[in-house]
Design a protein around this ligand. Sequence first.
Ligand code: NAI
Ligand code: MG
Length: 346
Amino acid sequence: SSLKIGLIPADGIGKEVIPAAQKAIEALGSDIPKPEFVPLLAGFEYFTRHGEALPEETVSALKECDCALFGAVSSPSRRVTGYSSPIVALRKILDLYANIRPVISVAANPADKPDVDLVVVRENTECLYVKQETITTTENGREARATRLITERASRRIGKMAFELALDRPRKHVTIIHKSNVLSITDGLFRETVRAVPQLPEVNGRFDGITIAEQLVDSAVYRLFREPQIYDVMVAPNLYGDIISDAAAALVGSLGLVPSINAGDDFVMGEPVHGSAPDIAGQGIANPIASIRSAALMLRRLGYAKGADRLDKAVDEVIREGRVLTPDLGGHAKTTEVLDEILKRI
Ligand code: NAI
Ligand code: MG
């Protein structure tokens, strides 16, 4: 049997790093089922030519795949009529309700204890990302409003995902991120629901050994910078999770290193945390490591731990050696040169 992997490079450096991840997966040989890659279109550039950012063929082809890798989209900050982000849409369509982002520092000396080894588990379907925004004109001038949705169902399943991940980690510690001192109803529901997960009858006491802490999102960012080693699994509603995971990425040197997966019960999509990086796109200097690590996370979630370990180990060695690195890590190497170093070690 084969492993059908959808590839959606989309925009900017997505087109440079996703092919690199494809080559890394191909190098795994018999550690995974024979990969069959399905190239798929989406993105802002596609939108400017075809008037849609996520063609129906891409969605239906994805449904036939076992998993997928997504590059990045150049979503404009201004509102563009008819455009909406394909990655946000895909998370909804495929019900990829968890965004999982491990942030790990790879020490220069392998004997050093890494400072940061945490994973951000971000709810992926609700919060302000339901994008229900309205604008009206009032006596105060224009008035804009956004709906923030938090449900018990989504909070419970993201909570379960966080505890599940904590079970496999040495420290078995979950920190719930919220702001329920201000938003006592929405964040209050999130916090309460996640906290109650270990007592759910269906989890059968499996999470009893996990310690739980909670923290307001603002002080969580502060402590993330002061003492990141206190965190193990951080679980958060969508917007806080988005911000915290990018902030955590800064602790380990570059967005170009940090991977993620979008996971549901039936599908997994790997996605580097970074965007399309228009400032360096087309120069061949994008760091491919976040994408290769995203491929590893995706394979691990599908049960191919051995293949995933080989990818991670090869990447870690290249970072530690520090000889061949892209400019975001202070090096002078091209994307392809870093990839070649990684391929040699796989
Ligand atoms: P960005 O992540 O694209 O870039 C931020 C900075 O990090 C830039 O200086 C960039 O050169 C650098 N960087 C990012 N990835 C890198 C890599 N692999 N190697 C080396 N350097 C790297 O974020 P920015 O500039 O805020 O957004 C650019 C575009 O990307 C926007 O249109 C935004 O909407 C989109 N974006 C898309 C995301 C997605 O597809 N999930 C996520 C974040 C942003
Ligand atoms: Mg982000």
